[in-house]
Design a protein around this ligand. Structure first.
Ligand SMILES: *Cc1c(COP(=O)(O)O)cnc(C)c1O
Length: 395
C-alpha cells in the first residue's frame, strides 16, 4: 500500500487541487517545480543548515522515566517544543521561505489560528527580509495576544478577519482571497498538510525531519529504528504527518492520531473530524470535513486554538480510511490533566495541542516492552492563561 500522494496530489480518493480559476497560475507553478526545487542538493543543504543552526535541530528524543513507570512501557518524548519559536511549525516555514526565495517572490502571506504558524512565518520573513502579512480571525487575535505582539515585533502585519466565526477557517479564506488578488509577487505559506496539491505533500516532506530523526535517535538509544507506537495530535495534521512519515511503510509501527474531542464528541462542541466528518472539499482539497447535511461547514470547537479546524489533511483522511492509523480523541479536560501531569512529573509544560497526544497514553493498553514515542509538538507558554483559568476552577 502506498500512503504517499500520487503526482496529482491524491492519497487514495482524498487530496487533489480544487481551486478557483484565479489561483490556477500560482498552484500550477508550484506543482510543476516544487519537487525539483526541494529535492535539489543546494536546497537540501541550506534547509538542513537552517534547521540545525537556526531552529536548533535535531530536537532531542527524551526517555521519560516517570511516564514509563506510570504507563508501564518505554515512553519517549520527541521534543519539538524545544525548537526555535516553540513548536514544529518552524520546520515548514523554513522550507517554504527557501522555496519562495527561489521562486523570486517578495511578499509572504499566511493564515494562523493560535498564532504559532503566524509567529513561525513572521520569524523566517524577518530573516529573509520579505514583507509578511498574517491573516488571523478576530476572535483568535483577542485570545492569543502574546503571539500577536510577537508577530508585530518581528515586523509582520497582522490583519484581523471579521467574517464567519472569526477563527482559523475564516483566516484561511481571507489568505486565499489575497493570493488570488496578488498572484505574481506573493507566496502563500500554508501552515499544515492541508490546501490544494502540492501543499499537503510539500508540508509533509518538510515536517518529515521529525520521523527521520526519531529513527536515528531510537537506533542510538535502543538498537532498533522502529518503535511500537508513534502518537501525535492532529489539527490539520502536520506534526502527525512529520512524525508518521518514515514509518508509514513499517506496518508493525502503530500510528496513533489524536483529535480534539472538545467538550465531548457528541456535545456539538468538538473538533474530532474523523468521527464527525464526511468527505467534502475545503480550502482546495478533498478530505474529511465536519459539515451539515447540505454541506455547510460546522464550526469546530476545542480549548486548543491549534486543533480548532473543521477538516484534516488528505493524507490523514486516507490513513483513517485504510486503517493504517488509529484515530482517538481527547477532550479538553483530558488534555488539561495530561498537561498538568507532564508538568509535574517531568518539568515540561506542553502546548495544549500536544497535551491531547499525551492524553492518549491513558487510553492505550501497552505491553511492558513496548517502545512508545509521543510527539510533543510545542511548548505551553502561549497557553498559560488557559491553564491558570482551569486550575483555579478545579481547586
Ligand atoms: C499548530 C499546532 C498544532 C496543530 O497543527 P498540525 O498541523 O496538526 O500539527 C499542534 N501542536 C502545536 C504546538 C501547534 O502549534
Amino acid at each position: 500500500m502506498n500512503y504517499q500522494s500520487d503526482e496529482k496530489g491524491y492519497y487514495g480518493t482524498f487530496g487533489g487541487a480544487f481551486i478557483p480559476e484565479m489561483m490556477q497560475q500560482n498552484i500550477s507553478q508550484l506543482q510543476s517545480c516544487y519537487i525539483e526545487i526541494i529535492e535539489s542538493d543546494s536546497f537540501k543543504e541550506e534547509f538542513k543548515t537552517l534547521l540545525s543552526d537556526y531552529a536548533g535541530r535535531p530536537s532531542p528524543l527524551y526517555y521519560s522515566d516517570r511516564l514509563s513507570d506510570h504507563y508501564k512501557a518505554h515512553i519517549y518524548l520527541k521534543r519539538e517544543d524545544l525548537n526555535h519559536t516553540g513548536s514544529h511549525k518552524i520546520n515548514n516555514t523554513i522550507g517554504q521561505i527557501l522555496l519562495a526565495k527561489r521562486l523570486g517572490k517578495t511578499r509572504i502571506i499566511a493564515e494562523t489560528g493560535a498564532g504559532q504558524h503566524g509567529v513561525a512565518t513572521a520569524t523566517v520573513c524577518a530573516r529573509a527580509g520579505l514583507e509578511c502579512i498574517v491573516y488571523m480571525g478576530a476572535v483568535d487575535v483577542a485570545r492569543q495576544s502574546p503571539n500577536v505582539e510577537k508577530m508585530k515585533m518581528l515586523g509582520a502585519e497582522v490583519r484581523p478577519v471579521q467574517s464567519g466565526s472569526k477563527t482559523l477557517k475564516d483566516a484561511t479564506n481571507e489568505a486565499i482571497r489575497d493570493w488570488i488578488n496578488n498572484p505574481v509577487d506573493t507566496h502563500y505559506i500554508i501552515g499544515s498538510v492541508v490546501g490544494p496539491h502540492p501543499y499537503p505533500d510539500m508540508v509533509a516532506r518538510f515536517q518529515s525531519v521529525i520521523s527521520e530523526e526519531i529513527r536515528i535517535q531510537l537506533k542510538e538509544k535502543t538498537g532498533r529504528e522502529t518503535p511500537d507506537y508513534v502518537i501525535a495530535c492532529v489539527g490539520g495534521g502536520s506534526n502527525a504527518a512529520g512524525s508518521f512519515y518514515h514509518f508509514l511503510n513499517n506496518p508493525e509501527v502503530k500510528l496513533i492520531a489524536v483529535e480534539a474531542g472538545g467538550k465531548g464528541v457528541d456535545t456539538g462542541e468538538s473538533a474530532a473530524t474523523t468521527q464527525l466528518g464526511r468527505p467534502g472539499i475545503l480550502h482546495g482539497s478533498r478530505s474529511l470535513l465536519m459539515q451539515t447535511a447540505d454541506g455547510q461547514v460546522i464550526e469546530p470547537y476545542s480549548i486548543s486554538a491549534g486543533l480548532d479546524y473543521p477538516g484534516i489533511g488528505p493524507m490523514h483522511a486516507n490513513l483513517f480510511k485504510t486503517h493504517r492509523a488509529q484515530f482517538l480523541s481527547a477532550t479538553d479536560d483530558q488534555a488539561l490533566k495530561a498537561a498538568l501531569y507532564l508538568s509535574q512529573k517531568e518539568g515540561i509544560i506542553p502546548a495544549l495541542e500536544s497535551a491531547h497526544a499525551l492524553a492518549a497514553l491513558e487510553m492505550i493498553e501497552f505491553k511492558p516492552d513496548d517502545v512508545v514515542v509521543v510527539n510533543v509538538s510545542g511548548r505551553g507558554d502561549k497557553d498559560m492563561e488557559t491553564f491558570l483559568k482551569y486550575f483555579q476552577s478545579v481547586k
